[in-house]
Design a protein around this ligand. Sequence first.
Ligand code: GTP
Ligand code: MG
Length: 317
Amino acid sequence: MGLAKRVLQGDVRATARLLREVEEELPGAIDELKVLYPHTGKAHVVGITGAPGSGKSTLIDVLIDAYRKENKTVGVIAIDPSSPFSGGAILGDRIRMQRHATDEGVFIRSLATRGWHGGLSKAAANVIHIMDAMGRDVILVETVGVGQAEVDIMNFAHTSLVALVPGTGDWVQTLKAGILEIADIFVINKADKQGVNEVEVELQAMLQMGAPSAAAWKPRILLTEAINNKGIDDLMEVIRQHRESLIASGRYEAYLRERSRLELVEVLKSSLMDRVSRMATEDDYVEKLIDDLASRRVDPYSAASDVLKRIVQEGKF
Ligand SMILES: Nc1nc2c(ncn2[C@@H]2O[C@H](COP(=O)(O)OP(=O)(O)OP(=O)(O)O)[C@@H](O)[C@H]2O)c(=O)[nH]1
Ligand SMILES: [Mg+2]
């Protein structure tokens, strides 16, 4: 039986193998993804972003418990911040979530931020599809809210959570990264610490400063102590309310459509870039074109148009 068929039956080993093949960008993996795609779009994807150390993994850990109590299966994708921001985060994630390792209903995967030629957000979309196809009810995606790729990944989530903590200036920067616009729920975690009210008041002020909107959903602010499992029932309830509001207002369909558009653009971009970089190594066509540009024999627009024409003529991507 093909890998994709086994993934559709919820086979954990087959899923792990397909994920590896996708990660290694083996050509056959694309064919398996093609088989899976019609079976995706069922899972509820919850994105969790926020400054390093704000407690995202701890929140996910207790959310896993809460979903498992509801008999829901869970997929977790931790985008490893293999960036200067990482403070041994991978190890922390592993240890914290280890206790779920023997539960077949929990499938945890990390995705390194480095090494994705085709783009991190495309890779994340593929992992989401695979977990969705294997039948996970909920998929939790953790990203450190820095960089455009991570904002793009949050666009693949139906519900976007932003984790903030009291007593640091971190959260202001998080909001500056364009996260404010996409947040559905703000979670002020570590509410056991000093300065909770200040963050809440400041956040409320910022939200009110934004253009008044007639949107069906107004971002909510919740307080949690992930480490003490406090505030998690409320968080679960608000996530559920957000999903219901999406569906009831008809925005769910619109969201799905928008995500499909984003994904098409991502795949197109990476396929084109792939093709162009192969062109550059297969022959010296691109180099000659660059010579022509440098000596002003051709302009960049005509050159790009030439490249596209050549790709179309070759008929292969
Ligand atoms: N006091 C307090 N500490 C917490 C709370 N939640 C998490 N922590 C602690 O904060 C630290 C960071 O938690 P993580 O869950 O690893 O945070 P993260 O956002 O996933 O971190 P990165 O993945 O490195 O960005 C850990 O030492 C947690 O135990 C809380 O509610 N209160
Ligand atoms: Mg983490």
